[in-house]
Write a protein of this length. Structure first.
Length: 110
């Protein structure tokens, strides 16, 4: 038999028997074992990376929201302080605070 026809017959037998796909799977498994990574581990690693990225995005969004809230609160405090200064400089005494509000101008010593 010629060399070319022998190779053709071997390929045909392996392909017909499904041994080609089996050999390909074996080669894939061997390469993964040599790399030290299984499919399940690599999938889990990708899941963990995705979860970490999502958590970082949520943390960044929460930090931005807190920063906006803080800036708004400070702006209102500055505005209230300006109005209080204007009232006092005009000779108007502010009303007493209700019982449930804390008096920051004259704090009670505990």
């Amino acid at each position: 038999m010629e060399k070319a026809s022998l190779v053709t017959i071997i390929v045909a037998v392996l392909g017909a028997g499904g041994l080609g796909a089996f050999a390909r799977e074996i080669a894939d498994i061997v390469s993964k074992v040599r790399r030290g990574v299984s499919t399940r581990e690599s999938n889990r690693k990708n899941d963990i990376i995705g979860q970490r990225d999502a958590a970082l995005e949520r943390a960044d969004a929460e930090q931005a929201r807190a920063d906006r809230e803080r800036a708004l609160r400070i702006a209102w405090q500055i505005h209230a302080g300006t109005l209080s200064y204007r009232l006092r400089s005009s000779g108007i005494t502010p009303d007493t605070l209700p019982d449930d509000l804390e008096d920051t101008l004259n704090p009670k010593k505990t």
